[in-house]
Design a protein around this ligand. Structure first.
Ligand SMILES: Cc1ncc(COP(=O)(O)O)c(C=O)c1O
Length: 393
């Protein structure tokens, strides 16, 4: 029998993808479920490898990650945010997931509590539990940031960390530097998950935990901002006092992260200003296109997201998001991520990736509208009256 702390129920999103693959409808399958931007990075940068590159990547690399990559990350933070980060505090990981595992592995003891957003990235409670910790869900405020009023009540002698995800998955909310600073001031180590930090619609980079004093951790990576999740390259920025311990845990996780991925990550960073600008310019029209499609078909959607690439479609009150996503995958051949994946209590929405082709987004939204009209025509009617001004916040 596997240890109970290592077994988790399958994620809804994975079940939905299986249902889409087996769907019985006659429609063309459309997947709007997964968290990967369709931004075509290869149009902007040649990522091909030559034989001479391969020679550099077939041996073991540095445990903490290649020094040249860590130096480039440090320079990137200096030039974009004016933050000085010694390379000794930067560890390259297997995607941002590796950074989350490393940070929580360093902080959580059996019985520790970790405060996580009540609606947030599905891996947080799972990784906390994997280390014997207890996830504590913190309510969100009207802008989908952790509620500053409610946080102090959740902090106990057992609190090992607070996870802050800004910009957030799934809502695309951005916490101001003042909010981040207030959360950081509670005296508890904060893990700032900033994988969407460079993907704002406004063109600026979102505020970062690296701009704050204190013993905090910052998770980031290349998967989202550069649309290369397959490289599996992320990084963790640790406080100086954790640098040595982090390296000694890291060697057990992977000895060293994938060297091909690190080499390509360096190429991406060399061209970062152009690539990130191009990606941001790609996201804005995709977001508007999605909202227009929702208006056209009177589908109630969250309108005030500020970053990332997710749209949130509100389901009629009381409708279970997993049931809705299952019917959509089976009968309408459209896959979405059920809100249930992001929270203990079903938040009653579907998350969709709006960077897919215009044809897929438009047709996907149309099919969702058809489904909603069938299950609850009155509800849809009342939404359509106010669709242009609808906001979930
Ligand atoms: C908030 C958040 N953090 C971390 C990750 C993991 O990213 P990676 O693919 O780099 O491991 C994701 C992926 O969806 C995410 O949404």
């Amino acid at each position: 029998m596997p240890s109970p702390i290592l077994t988790f129920p399958p994620m809804g999103i994975d079940k939905i993808s299986t249902l889409l693959a087996r769907n019985q409808s006659h429609c063309r399958p459309i997947s709007l479920a997964f968290g990967q931007s369709d931004f075509p990075i290869q149009k902007y940068l040649d990522l091909t490898l030559q034989a001479k590159d391969l020679e550099k990547v077939l041996g073991y690399g540095d445990i903490a990650g290649q020094m040249s990559l860590r130096e480039k990350i440090s320079s990137f933070y200096a030039s974009t945010l004016g933050v000085e980060l010694p390379v000794s505090q930067i560890l390259i990981t297997d995607g941002a997931t590796g950074a989350l595992v490393l940070a929580l592995g360093l902080l959580v003891r059996p019985g520790s509590e970790v405060i996580i957003p009540a609606v947030g990235y599905a891996a947080y409670p799972r990784i906390v539990k994997m280390f014997g910790g207890i996830p504590i869900s913190a309510p969100l405020d009207a802008e989908f940031n952790l509620s500053l009023h409610r946080l102090p009540d959740l902090i106990t002698a057992k609190t090992a960390a607070i996870i802050v995800n800004s910009p957030g998955n799934p809502h695309g909310n951005i916490a101001s530097l003042e909010i981040l600073a207030e959360i950081a001031s509670f005296g508890i180590p904060v893990i700032f998950d900033e994988v969407y930090q460079l993907m704002t619609f406004g063109g600026d980079f979102a505020p970062s935990g690296t701009q704050l004093p204190g013993e905090h951790f910052v998770v980031n990576g290349f998967s989202k901002s550069f649309a290369v999740p397959g490289l599996r390259i992320g990084f963790l920025i640790v406080p100086p006092s954790y640098a040595e311990a982090a390296e000694s845990v890291k060697v057990l996780l992977n000895i060293c992260p994938n060297l091909i991925g690190q080499l390509l990550a360096e190429r991406l960073l060399e061209q970062a200003p152009v690539l990130l600008k191009a990606h941001q310019s790609y996201l804005r029209p995709c977001h508007n296109f999605f909202l227009d499609a929702c208006d056209r078909y009177s589908v109630p959607a969250l309108r005030n997201s500020q970053a990332g690439f997710y749209g949130i479609i509100q389901l009629p009150e009381g409708m279970d998001s997993m049931t809705a996503a299952s019917i959509l995958a089976k009968d309408y051949a459209v896959a979405t991520a059920p809100g249930k994946d992001f929270a203990e209590t079903d938040p009653g929405f579907l998350r969709v990736n709006f960077t897919k082709s215009g044809q897929d987004v438009s047709e996907g939204v149309r099919r969702i509208a058809e489904f909603l009209a069938k299950v609850n025509p009155e509800q849809l009617q009342s939404h359509s009256l106010s669709a242009s001004g609808l906001s979930l916040s």
